[in-house]
Design a protein around this ligand. Structure first.
Ligand code: BGC
Length: 853
């Protein structure tokens, strides 16, 4: 490819970078196209390029350290943001994340995640918005506008067809071109066209046999070609598998660094003529444009003197009043009331309340994996409700909710030297000598790959003062290696555990654990020594020929990953005891509030779920409480569908998601009616395991997962009969209002790009202010085409008032990809359904190609 050809389709913004590119030699250019560390890029003074800094991600801006970094604001998870069905919430989240980024000197935030909730088993669904591409695209666009409008780059991830985690680095998503374009690429297309996203992350998986980082079809032809997009494509971490194919296939940047398959190998490939230097120039021009957009090019220090001011100045602290209010508001806006018989909610001021369940006491604020952050605190539902009822409610701990030990609550342990919450850690080198000792805020740290030491630590000694009562304490740690626990009496126990599996990230995120229960005196001082067992990934991966890994695969260059997590908790959970105590408390109360849910064991990265059943004996807990309580309210503290075999036995169910650091406060404010749970479901809740249009996430013997439901994902497939009707439809949600729908009419088509605009009358027949989300679905006349959400508008209405709501449908839902012609065909005949989820259709309007019927 000649220079002219490679840059012919360049935007003016990209062309502006070419003179800078021309000032560098080939190896200088290539050096800039691989990360310098885990989350930073190299700078180049000669062209005024500052080193760019990246940070995950969807639930907060964690910073440069994977685990154990500074405390940062923990946001409500993605399904709570999209659950609001409100662009202004998406935009506010984007803007706030940008502020968090500015505070830490971060240029690019690695989010939003715009993959879809294809199978409810997907481990990372909590990071993604919905099973619906249009809702996902709307919320993602709003987030990108909010973030980039404030000067921080967003990164749409993961391109593309990355809907499950099992064998994620080698699996092949097989799907039709129509499913690819109509469904899985649509959120990317919307966030590119409507919000101008500045970067995208190429996924781990293959798509129809070609790995994502080498997808000439998706990256070069569709994004950069058809869409004329001028942003940058970076690889997911360690996802790049071949030098030449990725460079020619449209990938612009290899992450992380400093090692990887480009560097000298790419220079040699250019010299051999396998990659044109013009292609390298194109990648670099895109990188420089990203740097220019985030003020890291030609501008000197980032944001200095601009509207936002220098780093760290004026940005709200993670636990500031303003952040608390914002995060509480966002969380409650996305919560979904799916059942509310007899107006069990909101709770009455004078009710006697029993609060029951592990998740009430230890409310789950976030999922696991790269989305996790180190939050300043996580408010508990029990604590926040107790505050509101002046200390009156009875609180009962629940049954076990985990199968594995969890990180110690930082509030349960303190640093014996500084006295602060957290632990004191001495880092050891290979000889067992001290590298440094220091306070760590959290109770989990990553070691050996993203730290700032001159030597690589191979072990740690953790010292902690426990806030325990005298009695049984579970003590130990999570990490692959040898563990030794001690107290002032000497060694307590010792164990050696090693990782199984072959995905290095999986080994880092889900390492094995060693714990034992010891009888300890109150406020015990303990030390836990950990000696890291490095895994030889190269040998391990090479012993799996079926994975077909090339020598240059980034997976083979991962070195040793490691994380160390302290486990320390009072060992008091006893299921039998908890069930009886819960029944006693429920019997005595006016309303029993049972809080159940999933944990970071279930909703996490590099691992899928195997069932939607609530872990442990939580279903039994609800049933036994409901059998004796006057009224039972269930709060589900999970982002994704769970089974509800007890639904008929309870009065109300609130889906609270993973509500972030203000989680407990947000749930309490909804339960007592201070705020309305205005959310609508973003994903259908199946009635049983397997009862959804796409279920299996385990790759077959060819490492393939086939998207056989085509474009009929989620509610579309339920509606087509690919699975029984769901327990709750996508779009369902009661709120605290009550709504009557009047007539709907098609407005004359304006030249505004909308396919159709529907005007719908809605009346709030309840006695309180409420918010309704008017949803419009398009059911094409062509029976091969599934129903799809085509537009929605939210409206706040006073009691007894009627509002006329205008819903503009989006043209991109009125087309189908014609595989034979390789072209879009428009679909304009059918019906528009105005519905509160497809289980509750209120109005139908005929649509034909000649306009309103
Ligand atoms: C995840 C990405 C994340 C990256 C960096 C990967 O394992 O798939 O979503 O941004 O790590 O932490």
């Amino acid at each position: 490819m000649t220079e002219e050809l490679a840059t012919a389709h360049f935007s003016e913004d990209l062309k502006r970078q070419l003179p800078l590119v021309a000032r560098l030699t080939l190896s200088e250019k290539v050096r800039l196209l691989t990360g310098e560390t885990m989350f930073t890029l190299p700078g180049e003074d000669r062209i005024g390029l500052a080193p760019l800094a990246f940070s995950d991600g969807p639930s907060g801006v964690r910073g440069l350290k994977f685990m154990g970094g500074e405390a940062v604001a923990l946001f409500p998870n993605a399904t709570l943001v999209s659950g609001s069905w409100d662009d202004s919430i998406g935009e506010e989240v984007g803007r706030m994340l940008s502020e968090e980024a500015h505070r830490q000197g971060i240029h690019v935030v690695l989010g939003p995640t715009v993959n879809l909730h294809r199978s409810p088993l997907g481990g990372r669904l909590f990071e993604a918005y919905s099973e619906d591409p249009y809702l996902t695209g709307r919320i993602a666009s709003a987030y990108v506008r909010g973030m980039q409008g404030n000067g921080t780059a967003a990164c749409l991830k993961h391109l593309v067809a990355n809907e499950s985690e099992s064998l994620r680095t080698v699996m092949d998503s097989r799907l039709s071109e129509s499913a690819l374009r109509e469904v899985y690429l649509l959120p990317f297309e919307m966030a590119v066209d409507d919000a101008g996203a500045w970067s995208v992350m190429a996924a781990y998986n293959d798509v129809n046999g070609v790995t994502a980082t080498e997808q000439d079809h998706v990256q070069n032809q569709i994004l950069k070609g058809e869409w004329g997009w001028d942003g940058l494509i970076m690889s997911d971490w360690y996802a790049t598998k071949h030098t030449v194919e990725s460079a020619n296939g449209g990938l612009d940047l290899v992450m992380p660094g400093p090692d990887g398959p480009w560097g000298d190998r790419l220079v040699a490939a250019v010299q051999r003529g396998d990659v044109d230097e013009a292609t390298v120039d194109e990648h670099l021009a895109r990188l420089l444009l990203l740097a220019e957009r985030t003020s890291a090019l030609r501008h000197g220090p980032v944001y200095d003197g601009d509207a936002v001011g220098p780093f760290n100045a004026g940005m709200p602290a993670p636990d500031s009043r303003i952040r608390r209010d914002q995060l509480r508001h966002i969380a409650s806006r996305g919560m979904v009331l799916v059942k509310n018989d007899g107006d069990a909610l909101p709770l009455a001021d004078d009710d006697t309340i029993a609060i029951i369940g592990r998740h009430a006491i230890s409310t789950q604020g976030m999922g696991g994996g790269s989305a996790q952050v180190n939050p300043p605190y996580i408010s508990s539902i029990a604590g926040a409700l107790t505050e509101r009822y002046g200390g009156m409610p009875t609180v009962v701990d629940g049954v076990h909710v985990r199968n594995r030990p969890a990180a110690a609550d930082p509030a349960f342990v303190s640093d014996p030297i500084t006295g602060e919450p957290g632990m004191h850690v001495t880092y050891l080198n290979a000889e067992g000598a001290e590298i440094v000792n220091r306070h760590e805020n959290g109770t989990a740290i990553s070691i050996g790959w993203d730290d700032d030491f001159d030597e690589t630590p191979t072990g740690v000694i953790i010292a902690a003062r426990l806030r325990n009562r005298a009695g049984p304490v579970r003590l130990g740690g999570i990490g692959s290696g040898t563990w030794t626990t001690s107290s002032y009496t000497g060694i307590l126990g010792q164990g050696n555990v090693t990782s199984a599996g072959f995905d290095p990230a999986d080994a880092m995120l889900h390492p094995p654990s060693y714990t034992e229960v010891f009888d300890l005196p109150a406020d015990a001082l303990v030390t836990v020594r950990f000696d890291f067992a490095a895994t030889d990934w190269v040998t391990l991966l090479q012993s799996r020929p079926e994975l077909n890994l090339a020598e240059e695969s980034h997976l083979l260059a991962t070195g040793s990953y490691g994380s160390v997590t302290l486990v320390a908790e009072q060992d008091t959970l006893n299921d039998e005891h908890a069930l009886t105590k819960a029944e006693d408390a429920a019997r005595a109360a006016g309303t029993a509030v049972v809080v159940v849910g999933l944990t970071e064991e279930d909703e996490t990265e590099a691992k899928d779920k195997t069932t939607l059943k609530l872990p442990g004996r939580q279903d039994e807990l609800i049933r036994r409480v409901a059998a004796v309580a006057a009224r039972t309210v269930v709060v589900v503290n999970a982002a994704t569908p769970v089974l509800m075999p007890w639904l008929a036995d309870v009065d109300a169910v609130l889906i609270a998601g993973l509500p972030g650091q203000e989680g407990g406060q947000a749930v309490a404010s909804v339960l007592v009616g201070e705020s309305e749970p205005t959310g609508r479901l973003v994903t259908s809740y199946p009635q049983a395991d397997g009862a959804s249009p796409a279920w299996n996430v385990t790759p077959d013997s060819n490492l393939a997962v086939t998207y056989s439901e085509g474009t009929a994902v989620g509610y579309r497939g339920h509606h087509r009969g690919l699975a029984p009707d769901p327990l709750f439809w996508f779009g369902h949600g009661l709120g605290y209002g009550a709504w009557e729908y009047g007539p709907a009419r098609l407005a004359p088509t304006a030249d505004d790009g909308g396919a159709a605009t529907l005007e719908v009358e809605v009346t709030n027949t309840s006695s309180r202010h409420s918010r309704e989300t008017v949803q419009v679905y398009f059911l094409p006349r062509d029976i091969n085409q599934p129903v799809r959400l085509a537009g929605y508008t939210g409206v706040d209405v006073a009691p007894g008032e009627t509002a006329t709501v205008s819903v503009m449908c989006d043209n991109r839902l009125f087309r189908r990809w014609d595989e034979a012609a390789s072209a879009w065909q428009s679909l304009h005949e059918g019906e528009l359904l105005v519905a509160r989820g497809l289980g509750d259709i209120r109005v139908r309007v005929e649509l034909n190609s000649h306009g309103p019927a």
